[in-house]
Write a protein that binds this ligand. Structure first.
Ligand SMILES: NC(=O)c1ccc[n+]([C@@H]2O[C@H](COP(=O)([O-])OP(=O)(O)OC[C@H]3O[C@@H](n4cnc5c(N)ncnc54)[C@H](OP(=O)(O)O)[C@@H]3O)[C@@H](O)[C@H]2O)c1
Length: 340
C-alpha cells in the first residue's frame, strides 16, 4: 500500500519539479492530486507518463490524504496548510511561513533527519530557503569534523528563485535589449536583471540586511547548530536556474582544504568537482536537473587560523525546494507513516 499525495502549487516552478521528482524516484504513490488556483482549473500537468488535471485548492478536501507538498507562497499557505493539517494530512511546506516556528521542524534530510518526529505538534514540516538548503548540506560533514565557528557567504541566486514571473522577466528583458522598441521595465525585480546583478533579495530589515540574508542565518542555526555564526550577502544574477555560493568557513580546530575535500567526497548529497585547471569546477548551467550539491574551488584561507573557501552550486528548484521536500516525504514515510 502506498501514499495518497497532494501537490499544492502544481502549475508553479517548484510544484512542477515536485511532480517530476516523485515520479523519478518512484515514490510509492497510490493516488495523487495536483492543486493550483481556480484560474488554473483543468490545466494539465505531467506526473511521469501520466497527465493530471489540476483542481482548485480552495474547494479541496484533504481528509484521507497522507501528505500535502505545498509550494504556493506564504499567503496561500497560511490559509490552506492549517486546513490540511486539521484534516490529518501532514503538510511539507516550501514557503517561509512556518520555518521559524519552534513547533515546526525545519529539515534537510542529510543534516537533521532526527527532527522529523517533531512533525506531530502541528502536522507540519518546513522546507528551508533554497540558499540555506544547499549550504547546510556542504557545512554539515565539515562541522562534524572540526566544528564551524563562522561562515561568510555570498550568493549568486538565479531568477527561478523568484518563481515563474522572475524567469519571464529575465527572458523578456533580455529579448528587449536587442529590440529597444519593446522595452520591458523591471516589475518583479527592483532593477533591470538582464545583463546585470542586484544585491537585494526580499525586503530590507532595520539592521540593513535583507530578509533573504536573515533567513540564511536563522535557518542555518535551526538546522545545523545555533552556535554557528553566519553572515550573508544575497545577490540576484541573470541565470535561469541554479544558485551559486562563495562560502568562507572558519573552524574551531584544524582542517585544511585537502582533508575537507576528502570529507566532502564521502558525504551524502555532495558531488566534488575540483580540478585546478580551466573548467575544473561546476557552474549553474551544469547543475540543472541534478540532485547533487556540487562543491568546487576548495582551498585554504591563509588569513585565519583554521579556514577554507569553497564554491557551492545546486539546482535551486531541486535541492533548494522540490527534491528536499520529496526527501522529507520519504523520510516521514520511512520513519513514521511506514506505508509503501
Ligand atoms: N523557486 C525556488 O527556488 C524556491 C525555493 C524554495 C522555496 N520556494 C517557495 O516555494 C513556493 C512556490 O514557489 P514557485 O517558485 O514554485 O512559485 P511560482 O512558480 O510562482 O508558482 C506558484 C504556484 O502557487 C500557486 N498559487 C499561488 N497562489 C495560490 C492560491 N491562492 N491558491 C492556489 N494556488 C496558488 C500557483 O497557481 P496558479 O498557477 O494557478 O497561479 C502556482 O502553482 C514559494 O513559497 C517560494 O517561496 C521557492
Amino acid at each position: 500500500m502506498g501514499y495518497k499525495i497532494v501537490v499544492v502549487g502544481a502549475t508553479g516552478n517548484v510544484g512542477h519539479e515536485m511532480l517530476n521528482i516523485l515520479a523519478e524516484r518512484e515514490f510509492p504513490v497510490d493516488e495523487i492530486a495536483a492543486l493550483a488556483s481556480r484560474k488554473s482549473l483543468g490545466t494539465e500537468v505531467s506526473f511521469g507518463d501520466r497527465t493530471l488535471k489540476t483542481t482548485d485548492l480552495d474547494t479541496f478536501d484533504f481528509t484521507g490524504w497522507d501528505m500535502a507538498l505545498f509550494a504556493v507562497g506564504s499567503e496561500a499557505t497560511k490559509k490552506y496548510a492549517p486546513k490540511a493539517a486539521a484534516a490529518g494530512c501532514v503538510v511539507i511546506d516550501n514557503s517561509s511561513l512556518y520555518r521559524y516556528d519552534a513547533d515546526v521542524p525545519l529539515i534537510v534530510p542529510e543534516v537533521n533527519p532526527q527532527d522529523v518526529h517533531g512533525y506531530a505538534k502541528k502536522m507540519i514540516i518546513a522546507n528551508p530557503n533554497c540558499s540555506t538548503a544547499q549550504m547546510v548540506v556542504a557545512l554539515k560533514p565539515l562541522h562534524d569534523r572540526a566544528t564551524i565557528k563562522r561562515v561568510v557567504v555570498s550568493t549568486y541566486q538565479s531568477v527561478s528563485g523568484a518563481g515563474k514571473e522572475g524567469m519571464d522577466e529575465l527572458w523578456d528583458q533580455t529579448k528587449s535589449i536587442y529590440n529597444p522598441t519593446d522595452s520591458k521595465p523591471a516589475t518583479k525585480f527592483t532593477k533591470q536583471i538582464a545583463f546585470n546583478v542586484i544585491p537585494h533579495i526580499d525586503v530590507f530589515l532595520d539592521s540593513g540586511e535583507t530578509k533573504e540574508e536573515w533567513k540564511m542565518v536563522a535557518e542555518t542555526k535551526k538546522i545545523l547548530d545555533p552556535k554557528v555564526k553566519v553572515t550573508a550577502t544575497c545577490v540576484r544574477v541573470p541565470v535561469f536556474v541554479g544558485h551559486s555560493e562563495s562560502i568562507n568557513i572558519e573552524f574551531e580546530s584544524p582542517l585544511d582544504a585537502d582533508e575537507a575535500r576528502d570529507i566532502l567526497r564521502e558525504s551524502p548529497g555532495i558531488m566534488v568537482i575540483d580540478k585546478r585547471e580551466d573548467g575544473g569546477y561546476v557552474t549553474p548551467i551544469e547543475c540543472v536537473g541534478d540532485y547533487a550539491t556540487f562543491i568546487s574551488r576548495i582551498r585554504d584561507d591563509s588569513t585565519v587560523e583554521n579556514g577554507i573557501n569553497l564554491w557551492c552550486v545546486s539546482d535551486n528548484l531541486r535541492k533548494g525546494a522540490a527534491l528536499n521536500a520529496v526527501q522529507i516525504a520519504e523520510l516521514l514515510g520511512r520513519e513514521v507513516l511506514k506505508k509503501g
